[in-house]
Design a protein around this ligand. Structure first.
Ligand SMILES: *Cc1c(COP(=O)(O)O)cnc(C)c1O
Length: 368
């Protein structure tokens, strides 16, 4: 049995450390905001080399709150990737703006060459997604934003501490949104998220908006929301932050081993890494023609796989009203029936990877 993702080896290893910080939080009864959240925010900002980090309830809220605090809403358009998790486009719709999708390049990042034709006088921002654990073509996207006066919000939910040319993903734009959902590269033991930015005014606005619009208790200067990072999650994240570099390296090593072992399999397209970017394989995604049969075969062998994502956003029922055709997003459309995410987590063993790749070879030997 090879699990798609397995959090238990890591949590067994750090269990004592976590129980001791959780006990501390309970002893201090500092459950919402307070010391632990502040400590994590400071540490995360400093490790990312940015001026501000504001912890929020989850990654989706991070996106919604960023958009809201940048003044984006009804009548506005926001450009984003056609192939991402729904949270990215949901956030755009939930502030009242219209998501405008763009197809992806061969590294699964939003294709900058297709962005310009989607810009209208209503476009206010671009939300590129650093999907699967590597950077998107961020410099080109930055330049488009500069040329057209657009805001840049990076969705870094899948790419914690990924570097592009020696700068972390999430430090190129006006703000970046992180998720600490348990299975993300940096995860909590429940929901959590954060926004980072170098903009002092924006950081303050975000902090106030996320806490009922009040800089001090009961001084509500605007109506906001309740979306705060929980103290227990913050304390756990502080511990997990100690291990993130090591665990990202383990993911990279696992990804490289997959690459090596699948090199001679003509029926499988391996994920490619963009020049100048790290790849920390939040997901290890291959492409193949017989995806569904392969998936069934691997499942019979006890190997769990995933599909990220089975339907590209423009073709989901919730976006039927936008009336898109497959030919509007040909790359995403073609890939949604070919992509397959193989088991990937930092503690996956060499033997497990060998078993997965040998099983893939076996399938193609019998089916071609
Ligand atoms: C996980 C994820 C989110 C949302 O994060 P939550 O913490 O689950 O709300 C947003 N964007 C992308 C690309 C994600 O993978």
């Amino acid at each position: 049995m090879v699990k798609f993702t397995d959090l238990s080896p890591y949590y067994k290893q750090v269990e004592d450390e976590l129980l001791s910080v959780i006990k501390e939080v309970i002893n201090e009864t500092s459950f919402v905001y307070g010391k632990y959240v502040h400590e994590f925010e400071t540490l995360f900002a400093s490790k990312m080399n940015v001026n501000h980090c504001v912890g929020v309830g989850n990654g989706t809220d991070a996106l919604v709150i960023s958009l809201k605090c940048m003044g984006i809403g009804h009548g506005d358009e926001v450009i984003t990737a056609a192939n991402t998790f729904i949270a990215t486009s949901e956030a755009i719709s939930n502030v009242g703006a219209k998501p405008v999708f763009v197809d992806h390049d061969k590294y699964y990042g939003i294709n900058p060459d297709l962005i310009k034709e989607k810009i209208t006088n209503k476009t206010k921002a671009i939300i590129p997604v650093h999907l699967y654990g590597q950077s998107c073509d961020i410099e080109k996207i930055m330049n488009i934003c500069k040329d057209h006066g657009l805001l840049l919000i990076e969705d870094t939910a899948q790419s914690h501490f990924v570097k592009y040319k020696n700068k972390f993903s999430g430090t190129f734009g006006d703000a970046a949104c992180f998720s600490f959902y348990p299975s993300k590269n940096l995860g909590a033991i429940g929901d959590g998220g954060a926004i980072i930015t170098n903009n002092d005014e924006l950081a303050q606005k975000i902090r106030i908006y996320a806490n009922h619009g009040s800089p001090e208790k009961y001084k509500h200067i605007i109506e906001g929301v309740n979306s705060r990072l929980d103290a227990i999650q913050a304390a756990v994240l502080k511990v997990n932050l100690k291990y993130i570099d090591q665990r990202n390296q383990q993911r990279q090593k696992a990804g490289k081993l997959y690459n090596k072992l699948l090199k001679n399999c003509a029926y499988v397209e391996r994920p490619e890494t963009r020049d100048f970017s790290d790849h920390f394989y939040h997901l290890y995604v291959i492409k193949t023609e017989n995806r569904d049969d392969l998936r069934d075969f691997l499942s019979m062998k006890g190997i769990q796989t995933g599909i990220h994502y089975p339907t590209a956003l423009p073709f989901l029922p919730c976006y039927k009203y936008l009336d898109y055709k497959p030919s509007d997003f040909p790359v995403s459309y073609k890939n949604q029936s070919k992509i397959l995410s193989l088991p990937m987590f930092p503690e996956i063993s060499e033997n497990e990877i060998i078993f997965v790749t040998e099983s893939i070879q076996e399938f193609f030997k019998n089916n071609n």
